[in-house]
Design a protein around this ligand. Structure first.
Ligand SMILES: Cc1cc2nc3c(=O)[nH]c(=O)nc-3n(C[C@H](O)[C@H](O)[C@H](O)COP(=O)(O)O)c2cc1C
Ligand code: SF4
Ligand code: SF4
Length: 273
């Protein structure tokens, strides 16, 4: 018996938030729905020690360097389930999703959750913008609609299986790219999003959008805290912060893989008895 749907998301540039809101809208007529946004430092201070078995956790995370964002992983280690059912949704920038779904499944299992479904969605890349135009832009509205169908099926399954013996098999698969620390890859790919002073109106929107608190009151970025998520670039209404690739090869890589066809993946566990 599910008494609450808890939707937890980490979304510096807003794609995960959009997905979370669409799922909440889908279920709020019939269920109690709670949204937990862990995108900002303050939100991550309130950890949720135990998520009871009568809740359904829907976890929405982006793919960073072919795995889960380290910030989100650190947060997830702080709470536990009680054989609580969980569904994972990983969305990636149309390049490679790597081990993200397997990693999330493994992590949640370790923390006492039953992972009953998984979805991997190719979406727009945070590094894509009008100046770079590196990637194809998937139809997010159509993807969300497919995702809503998928989650309706999972909800149905949860209803019919009672206490639930549904199991979804997944785990991290080896991927050589994951041997390179996430931050090195990001820092090696793009520079710090510096401010163009002539355009800046000191509105502080970039500082408030930063998921790591890396931007000071004087709008300088503390390099060691910057994960290159580009939330500040997206948030700036003046276009005063911008994205610069360090090497043409990084741009080529994103463009090359980003232009290939990518299909979403939806998996639902089968009742095991
Ligand atoms: C630091 C960083 C690393 C990323 N690495 C990958 C990647 O390895 N493969 C990929 O397809 N997309 C990658 N992306 C794109 C994100 O997965 C994608 O933009 C995601 O939708 C962002 O989620 P958000 O808008 O909810 O923050 C990366 C984005 C960032 C910021
Ligand atoms: S300063 Fe770095 S971590 Fe903060 S929003 Fe900008 S790119 Fe992201
Ligand atoms: S969001 Fe843009 S305009 Fe506002 S303070 Fe930051 S850089 Fe300046």
């Amino acid at each position: 018996m599910i008494n609450k749907i808890r939707i937890l998301f980490f979304s510096p540039t807003g794609t995960g938030r959009r997905i979370a809101l669409a799922i909440a809208a889908e279920f709020k007529q019939t269920d109690v729905v709670e949204l937990s946004d862990i995108s900002y430092p303050d939100c991550r201070l309130n950890s949720q020690p135990v998520i009871p078995e009568d809740e359904w956790l829907i976890l929405i995370l982006p793919v960073y360097a072919q795995r889960l964002p380290q910030l989100a992983v650190s947060y997830l280690w702080t709470f536990r389930g009680q054989q609580t059912p969980a569904s994972v949704i990983c969305h990636y920038g149309h390049v490679r999703s790597g081990i993200a779904l397997g990693q999330a499944t493994f992590l949640l299992r370790q923390q006492g959750f039953r992972v009953i479904s998984g979805a991997v969605l190719p979406v727009d890349h945070a590094y894509n913008n009008e100046q770079v135009q590196i990637l194809a832009r998937p139809d997010i509205t159509a993807l969300i609609s497919q995702l809503q169908d998928h989650l309706r099926q999972v909800r149905q399954l949860l209803q019919t299986c009672g206490d639930g013996s549904i199991d979804f098999h997944g785990g991290p698969r080896f991927n050589p790219a994951c041997l390179i620390p996430q931050k090195w890859l990001a820092c090696g790919t793009i520079t710090l999003p510096a401010v163009r002073q002539t355009r800046c109106r000191q509105c502080q929107a970039c500082r408030l959008a930063c998921p790591t608190g890396a931007i000071s009151n004087k709008l300088e970025i503390r390099a060691d805290q910057c994960i290159r998520c580009l939330a500040c670039v997206r948030a700036c209404p003046q276009g005063a912060r911008s994205l610069h690739f360090r090497q043409p090869v990084a741009r080529w890589y994103l463009r090359y893989y980003g232009h290939q066809a990518h299909e979403p993946l939806f998996r639902i566990g089968k009742p095991s008895s």
